[in-house]
Design a protein around this ligand. Structure first.
Ligand code: ADP
Length: 535
């Protein structure tokens, strides 16, 4: 970096003296400012920072000593070193005067160049050192400010990391707890089924196991949904749906929890259909999440209410309970991921703290909003979602009933899964509802068997020894004999990309394990109907 020039002030009433001083002092990076009187010097002193002032003592008007006194009396100039230039005929008194005014030195005329250069050189160097010190101090101040900022920033990152780590540990503990909860009764149920001969008891235990399993599946689905939504991987399958049908499905799903809490649910839903352009499964999921929470966070025998009202260009769906309520400080955070109010142990209701985060994300994806209200602890809560109504009303909407009377026809299945228990139980289930089943456990055997039996439906796992599910599907689809065969991929991988890959390989359907019997029966009814139509 080029060094800033150093300024000296030269004051003398005689021009020739100034010129000779200038000639003697000239050096690189030194600027010599000349003043012919005290007044001129004062003007220059206001404009520049001087490393040294060389003052002639004898000047008309303001002499050198008076100028020095003025300089000492002013904050801006009182630290500038002064060298008086004197003709030498000075008396002790005047010299004393000079020191009093703050002089640091005297140079006697006629000036000896070496003396002048060496004395002024000292001040030149001193000023330079001061300048360097100052710039180091400035740099130090800047870098220490920067260090402070970085320190503050890293402290705040560390705090955030610690908090995230704490929440992760807490989440893993809750997750383990939540997964164990349904597993324990399932294992007990199995033991009871092994020992019990009582048909009614066995039926009850099986229902219980089914409920627990659904709970497990829902937990895992919710977990995956949250991460898929935040990665933008969930696409809505929008259709024209009525709010009423979404409410019905949600109530159906939440019924077991509401009944287990012996709550009374009041539905306040207008009878004229209200149409949404929305994903029916997601809307039912949103409403049933709110209903489940109302049931979970309300002591036994509570009053729950689900109301639907038109509001502006949309519809408000409110779920109210008279349960444990939410404190005002928690309300703003209730929709954050993994937020759970720290309930007393005896009130703990399980859950992962993702339900409401999911509700908020899904509602937002539909262009809607959600809000929570509570008058405080023990005062109940209301969760309200608002969704835009569709401006279309279908002339004829096909509502598929649970059983549309499609003629049942036994189908020939080839079930391929390298997980032997999974293949066997799927086979058993299909046989119990009247279908014919052959089982294989690897890709090559699957192709050979398929060529032999020409099944109506190939139920294929994807990860298989020999050929994988995609390869088996591609191979068979390329043969003319399999144009009438329905290919279903059955896998543990449920991401949109997995589905896409399955469809690209030629699969007609993609289902995620574990298959819900209802879902699967619906699919089979469709296949049976298609087969019947094709005849
Ligand atoms: P989870 O129920 O799995 O803990 P949610 O995201 O569904 O997770 O809910 C987050 C938290 O909000 C719950 O832990 C609970 O403390 C509180 N909460 C949700 N719904 C209600 C409600 N109806 N009444 C009182 N508190 C509720």
């Amino acid at each position: 970096m080029p060094k800033k020039p150093v300024h000296f002030l030269l004051v003398d009433d005689l021009e020739e003296n100034l010129i000779s001083l200038e000639g003697l002092l000239r050096r690189d990076n030194l600027v010599l400012m000349k003043a012919r009187s005290g007044t001129e010097a004062l003007e220059l002193l206001l404009q520049y920072d001087f490393a040294l002032a060389l003052l002639d003592v004898q000047m008309p008007g303001m002499d050198g000593f008076e100028l020095a006194e003025l300089m000492r009396g002013t904050a801006r100039t009182n630290r500038i070193p002064i060298i008086f230039l004197t003709a030498g005929a000075h008396d002790r008194q005047r010299r004393f005067h000079g020191y009093e005014a703050g002089a640091v030195d005297f140079i006697y005329k006629p000036i000896e160049p070496d003396v002048l250069r060496s004395k002024t050189g000292v001040f030149y160097d001193l000023y330079r050192q001061q300048q360097e010190l100052q710039s180091q101090r400035d740099e130090l101040a800047i870098s220490s400010g920067e260090n402070q900022r970085l320190l503050g920033e890293s402290r705040s990152y560390a705090d955030q990391l610690r908090e995230a780590d704490r929440r992760k540990d807490e989440f893993l503990a809750t997750l383990a707890h939540e997964l164990r909860n349904p597993l324990a009764p399932i294992r007990n149920g199995l033991q009871i089924l092994r020992m019990s001969k009582d048909e009614t008891m066995s039926a009850n235990v099986r229902d219980m196991m089914d409920r627990q399993l659904s709970h497990l599946v829902r937990l895992i689905d919710d977990l995956l949904d949250v991460s898929r939504i935040s990665e933008g991987k969930i696409a809505l399958r929008r259709g024209l749906i009525s709010v009423q049908s979404a409410v019905d499905s949600a109530v159906e799903v939440s019924k077991p929890l509401i009944e287990a809490g012996r709550h009374h649910l009041t539905l306040d839903v207008p009878s004229a259909p209200l149409w949404l352009s929305a994903d029916p499964i997601r809307i039912a999921q949103i409403i049933s999440n709110l209903l489940n929470n109302a049931a979970k966070y309300t002591p036994q025998g509570g009053q729950l209410r689900l109301s639907v009202v038109v509001e502006g260009a949309g519809v408000s769906i409110g779920v109210t309970d008279n349960g444990i309520g939410i404190s005002p400080d928690m309300l703003p955070r209730i929709f954050d991921l993994f937020t759970q109010v720290d309930h007393r142990k005896e009130q703990a209701q399980g859950g992962l703290g993702i339900g409401l985060a999911l509700v908020k994300q899904l509602v937002a994806m539909h262009g809607g909003t959600v809000r929570a209200e509570s008058a405080g602890l023990e005062k109940g809560s209301t969760f309200t979602i608002w969704l835009p109504l569709s401006d279309q009303a279908p002339a004829d909407v096909l509502q598929e009933g649970p059983d549309d009377g499609a003629p049942a026809r036994a189908l020939e299945f080839l079930v391929i899964d390298d997980n032997v228990p999974s293949a066997q139980t799927t086979g058993l289930m299909l046989e119990m509802i009247g279908h014919k089943v052959t089982i294989a456990h690897d890709g090559l055997a699957a192709v050979e068997l398929a060529k032999k039996i020409h099944p109506d439906v190939m139920l294929l796992d994807i990860g298989l020894p020999g050929l994988n599910g995609y390869e088996v599907c591609k191979k068979l689809k390329a043969m003319p004999d399999f144009t009438g065969t329905v290919f279903i991929a059955q896998t543990g991988w449920g991401q949109e990309s997995d589905k896409k890959q399955a469809f690209e390989a030629g699969f007609d359907h993609h289902i995620v394990k574990p298959i819900s019997f209802q879902e699967f029966s619906g699919l089979l009814r469709g296949i049976q109907r298609a087969k019947a139509d094709a005849r």
